[in-house]
Design a protein around this ligand. Sequence first.
Ligand code: NAD
Length: 456
Amino acid sequence: MKIINPADGTVITEITADNAAAVRRKYELARAGQRKWAKVPISKRLAAIAAFRERIVAMHETLARTLTHEVGKPIRQSRNELNGLLGRLDFFLHESARALHDEKVFADAGQKLEERITHEPLGVIANISAWNYPYFVGSNVFVPALVAGNAVLYKPSEFATLTGTHIAEMLHEAGIPRDAFVPVIGDGGTGAALLRQPIDGVFFTGSYPTGAKIAARAGKRMIKVQLELGGKDPIYVCDDVDIKAAAAGVADGAFYNTGQSCCSVERIYVHDSIHDRFVEAFVAEVKGYRLGDPMDEGTYIGAITRRPQLDVLKKQVADAKRKGAKLLLGGNIVKRKGNWFEPTVLTDVDHSMALMTDESFGPIIGIQSVADDVAAVDLMNDTAYGLTAGVYTTDAKRAKRILGQLRAGSVYWNCCDRVSPRLPWSGVGHSGIGLTLSTYGIQTFTRPKAWHLKSA
Ligand code: NAD
């Protein structure tokens, strides 16, 4: 398997992917490992995660550079991801013991009855991961899964394999046994081989089409399935905002990570009365974004990680233009080595265009004018997805009214493209099923067992 730098197309290295026999052996290793790992006290499991955190601090710059090298993420944004990871680890370190503690939910001396809940590990789980935020989307799964006593077969995306290998090395150095956290290396074929093993759960982060295949495969097996999938996340900008500040915030939400975030802003609706002024401020902001070598400190727009995505972006722009959209900025593949697309802004868009309905996953955005809040809410909910959605307004009551009507896992007021470890991360519709993060996202890696205890 070739590891290619998307910023210049060069081969970084070649590594051997796991074939079906290797995947089987790794499954067997993890099955035996899980029995031992489940007996390790939670305090020791947490101590290993704390040591993993220390490894990340010590290796910070090396990890950031590897990530930038293999996915084309601007170096400052790679460092930000690692800093964010430390916060998530702190959350898990702080909250897990409480979330996984046995609970006495009822006791009655007269009936000599006690009812308890324990949180049993699921067993051996597969963590099939994406490349766009490999530290975030991976750790949301493997950290609480390990802390809860599961063994994890972790398949990083084939586009973030080196990062996945770093993660495995650091976890092992930190004291997580090699048979409790087992990396599985390869592409979709390797992922499919992993799903053929008698695992106890699959936790997937990736696209809707792959998620649908995985759900169909796992459905027959009656194992736990969690899918964190894509989005077509909307923002509505009301007429009462500070236009320049709102434009800057929303543009960052759309173009950060080169638009390759599951919760990137993918559609913008602006109240008629401020539309033109907002567009002007938005375009000015985006013109300030520097596209270039992801290793440069000043770069904001990096490479497109997966080459086929260039075609998706090109087609969405062409389709929108053909149907009447106005191209204000960009619109083209950049002619340089590697995979690059210009930051692109279109107006006069509508929902007949793929740009406003299909996940773009790149640095392109459509801005649509709306007459009022009712029209904005209707358009925001007009999607098969439902990951995040948000509103910019200075009016708290108006914000709460609008947010309450949005069909999405996360809703934002005057912010966007934001994830908090304290809040559940989930999607509606094609954005997935299940959740990670928050205390629910710790307990999700367990099976609650009901104890009915009657003393004689
Ligand atoms: P992808 O679906 O192409 O691949 C995801 C993973 O699935 C990879 O590890 C891949 O090797 C594996 N895979 C592919 N085919 C498989 C099969 N048949 N069986 C088993 N495994 C298989 O997605 P991607 O390009 O890595 O990630 C981008 C997508 O992920 C976007 O849609 C994005 O919105 C979504 N995403 C969602 C979240 C979230 O939290 N909701 C977070 C990050 C990314």
